[in-house]
Design a protein around this ligand. Sequence first.
Ligand code: ADP
Ligand code: MG
Length: 388
Amino acid sequence: MLDVSATKEVHVKRFGAEPAMFMAPGRVNLIGEHTDYSEGFVMPAAIDFATLAGVSPRADRQISISSENFGDQAVFDLDFLPHHPRHHWSDYPIGVLTVLKEVGVKVSGFNLTLSGDVPLGSGLSSSASVEVATALAILEVAAKSGSTHHFSGPEIARLCQRAENHFVGTQSGIMDQFVSCCGAAGKALLLDCRDLSFELAPISPELSIVICNTMVKHSHAGGEYNTRRAEIEAGAEIIRLHRSDVRFLRDVTVADLERWGDEMLPDVLKRCRHVVTENLRTVAAARALEQNDLPTLGRLMAESHASYRDDFEASCKEADILVELASREPACVGARLTGGGFGGCTVNLVHTAEADQFGKKMLEEYLQATGIAAEIYHCHAAAGAHRI
Ligand code: ADP
Ligand code: MG
């Protein structure tokens, strides 16, 4: 549980000044996996796990950043920031600071305290929540020292994505930062990653979001992620030879793949088929959620998982086991692996009255099947980043 006053207190003790406080949520993706960087559709929800950022200005041009999660502090000179990631948690806030400076925000010295309860590296996007909370905190300091820059939620999301892509070096899409900025309590967010238009779809209170953490993250994930991105690009390139109007896989249809897919390597065709069909499923799932058509929503989530497993080949046996166990439960409307893949968490939409029982059952049966103690998180769709 996040403790705002404890984080404030730590900041005051360490830096001797009352901080302005901001929070930015992590997220769970309900459906639409590996579609954002092809300008497709995603449907995540912000969740009630978040990162807090406490910030106070300094008189000099130093910045001091501390993370309660890492029990660590890093100090930099604003005029001599590192140009490259140091493979340290401070890469995320420094990346955001660098990008804000690049777009002309005049920043002065500050002290920043970060503290979060988003499980790290579990596919719930602790990284985006750190970036967005940091961006809001830095913009506050800049405004105090006379900066007139104002950014909308979607603009902050783009800047934070740029920090992650260009500074940290992760080629992630826009989904995580966008929903961390623009999420809404009780709602899922259907995002068109082409023009960043979005719709909020209410999640019925009769449905609970239960997240099951496999507690595994297979070490080849980073390399595989880059391979998938290259395969997607290779597939789009082949379709472009025939259809010059195609920019990304977003523009490609199932009929295109049937017609020209045999020009692709078999794996490339499978990756592309996942993305093309996942876009269709994601839009259909938003409609089903709006109409509270739970059987359709559940079927689309099941198909999404199967496609992620068989065509995109980014699942793992632990996640498959959790999804299989969940799908046997009448209380569970839909289950699938969420996040970048190769481990992390499954997302389950479960009838609220039976959610506790469902969580306990998953814990027991997963332990029996794998010998691993899962973690179960009962989450709610939460508001996007804000000042507190
Ligand atoms: P995910 O975004 O799925 O949680 P990532 O590997 O993208 O996984 O991001 C996790 C990294 O983000 C951590 O290893 C750390 O560097 C950074 N991070 C997340 N939360 C915090 C925090 N509270 N304080 C400092 N760094 C954090
Ligand atoms: Mg991340």
